[in-house]
Design a protein around this ligand. Structure first.
Ligand code: FAD
Length: 413
C-alpha cells in the first residue's frame, strides 16, 4: 500500500468530521452577508457594519480555536494539531462552503502571516503573550510595512526606532495599512541603524495599535470602502522585548512574512467574479452568442482550472518540505491576471450598465469588481515585482540591476 493510500482514509475521515463540526457550529448568518449579486473585490462597508463583521469573525475564530481547528498545521504543543497542509486546506475548503461569513483580510493577515512570523522570531515572552490571542481571534494584527517612499522598494523605509534604555522610540509614517483601524497590534519594519540604507540596519517590532502616539487615518479607495489606512507613529515607546529577531535582522524577518503572504495570496476564496457567476450573467444579458464573450468565458474557465492544478502542485511541494520559492509569485500573478480578465468580460457584457445603477439586479454590482480588481495587482507585491521574482528565482535569469550595497563605513556615516 502506498503512503498516499494509507493517508487517504484519514484525510477523508478528517474532512467528514470537519464538515459535521462546521455544520453544527457555524453561525447561521452574518451582519454583512453578501447578496447573491455581490462580486466586490474589497469591502465597501460602513465603519459600523465592518466593525460588526470583524466581531463576528473574531467570535468564529474563537469557536474554531476551541474546537481545535484554528491552527491544524501548527505543532500540537503550540496550539495546533500537527497535521499537514493538506488537512488544513481540506478544512478551509469545507469552511468556505459551509460558513456564511464573508472573509476579511485582517483575519487572514493575523492568522496566516503575522502569527507564523511571531512563532518564528518573537521572544518567548511575546510568543506566549500574543500567539493564543492571534489564533483565537481576540487579537488582530496588521502589517506596518509600506511607506510613502517605500513600497516595492520596501528596504527603503525611513521610519526609525531609537534605543532609549530598555525601550525603543518609534517615529515615522506607514501607509496602505490594511485593517489598521481594527487591529490590536501591528508588525512594523523600521530603521534602527542611523544613516544605514537599503536592507541593512532594519529591525522588526510588534507595536500595540493603542499605544500613545499611534494615529490611524483611513484612506478611501475608488471602489468606495476604506480597507486601508495611513498610520502615523509619533514617538511611540515600546519595550525591547517587542522586537522580532535580532537588531539589524529586520529584513529577513519581514521577508519571511512576505513569503507567507505570497503563499496565501491566491487562496482568496469568496473574492468575487467566478466563471459560474459570469456564465449566469451571460445568460441573463443574452450575451452567450457573442463570439468574444464565449472566448473570454473559455479563457476564465481555463485559468480557474489552471489555478486548481497549480494549487495542488504547490501543496504537494509544501507537503514534501520544499521551500516556497517562486511558486507563490506565480500563483499570485495567475490569480490577479484572472481577476483582470473577469473584469474585462464583465465590461464586454455590461458596457454602460457599469456606469450607473439602473436598478437591474446583478449588473451595476460588477462595478465594484472592475474598480477593486486592480488593487490586488499592487497589494502584496506588484505584478512587475512578482515577474522579477519568477525570472530570477525560478527561471534563473540574470538579476535586474540594483544599486550596489553601501560599505559598512558608508552606512554608518
Ligand atoms: C489593496 C492593498 C492593500 C495593501 N495592504 C498593505 C498593508 O496591509 N500593509 C502594507 O505595508 N502595505 C500594504 N499595501 C501596499 C503595497 O504593499 C504597496 O502598494 C506595493 O508594495 C507597491 O508599492 P508602492 O505603492 O509604493 O508602488 P511603487 O513601489 O512606487 O511602484 C510604482 C510602480 O513602479 C513599479 N516598480 C517599482 N519598482 C520596480 C522594479 N524594481 N521593477 C519593475 N517595476 C517596478 C511597480 O510595479 C509599480 O507599477 C497594500 C496595497 C494595496 C493596493
Amino acid at each position: 500500500m502506498t503512503a498516499a493510500a494509507t493517508r487517504h482514509p484519514d484525510l477523508i475521515d478528517h474532512t467528514s468530521s470537519a464538515r459535521a463540526w462546521l455544520t453544527a457550529n457555524a453561525p447561521a448568518t452574518s451582519v454583512a452577508a453578501r447578496d447573491a449579486h455581490d462580486v466586490s473585490v474589497f469591502h465597501n462597508l460602513s465603519h459600523d457594519v465592518e466593525s460588526a463583521l470583524i466581531d463576528e469573525l473574531r467570535a468564529w475564530q474563537r469557536t474554531k480555536f476551541d474546537g481545535g481547528y484554528a491552527a491544524l498545521s501548527w505543532p500540537s504543543d503550540l496550539y495546533g494539531a500537527g497535521l499537514s497542509a493538506e488537512y488544513e486546506d481540506a478544512f478551509k475548503q469545507a469552511e468556505a462552503e459551509l460558513v456564511p461569513l464573508p472573509r476579511h483580510e485582517l483575519i487572514s493577515v493575523t492568522v496566516n502571516l503575522i502569527a507564523p512570523t511571531i512563532r518564528l522570531y518573537a521572544s518567548e515572552h511575546v510568543r506566549s503573550m500574543l500567539l493564543p490571542g492571534l489564533l483565537n481571534g481576540s487579537l488582530l494584527a496588521c502589517q506596518l510595512f509600506s511607506e510613502p517612499a517605500a513600497g516595492s522598494d520596501l528596504a527603503n523605509v525611513s521610519t526609525r526606532a531609537v534605543r532609549e534604555g530598555d525601550d525603543w522610540i518609534v517615529s515615522g509614517q506607514k501607509v496602505w495599512t490594511s485593517g489598521a483601524q481594527f487591529a490590536d497590534w501591528g508588525q512594523a519594519i523600521v530603521r534602527t541603524e542611523p544613516g544605514s540604507t537599503g536592507s541593512r540596519g532594519l529591525t522588526t517590532f510588534v507595536i500595540p495599535m493603542n499605544a500613545d502616539g499611534v494615529d490611524v487615518r483611513p484612506v478611501r479607495q475608488m471602489s468606495g470602502g476604506t480597507s486601508f489606512n495611513e498610520v502615523f507613529l509619533n514617538d511611540v515607546r515600546i519595550p525591547d522585548s517587542y522586537r522580532l529577531g535580532e537588531v539589524g535582522d529586520g529584513w529577513a524577518v519581514t521577508r519571511a512574512t512576505l513569503g507567507f503572504e505570497r503563499a496565501n495570496a491566491s487562496n482568496k476564496k469568496g473574492v468575487g467574479g467566478s466563471f459560474d457567476q459570469l456564465l449566469e450573467l451571460a445568460a441573463r444579458t443574452d450575451s452567450l452568442q457573442h463570439r468574444d464573450v464565449r472566448a473570454q468565458l473559455a479563457d476564465v474557465r481555463m485559468r480557474e482550472v489552471g489555478a486548481e492544478v497549480a494549487l495542488r502542485r504547490d501543496k504537494r511541494a509544501r507537503d514534501a518540505g520544499e521551500a516556497p520559492g517562486a511558486a507563490g509569485s506565480m500563483r499570485k500573478l495567475q490569480w490577479v491576471t484572472r481577476l483582470g480578465i473577469v473584469s474585462d468580460l464583465a465590461r464586454t457584457m455590461l458596457a454602460d450598465k457599469l456606469i450607473a445603477d439602473d436598478g437591474d439586479p446583478g449588473t451595476f454590482s460588477w462595478n465594484a469588481h472592475v474598480l477593486g480588481a486592480p488593487g490586488y495587482r499592487i497589494a502584496g507585491g506588484t505584478d512587475q515585482i512578482q515577474r522579477s521574482i519568477i525570472a530570477e528565482r525560478h527561471l534563473g535569469l540574470p538579476a535586474e540591476p540594483r544599486a550596489p550595497k553601501p560599505s559598512r563605513t558608508e552606512s554608518t556615516k
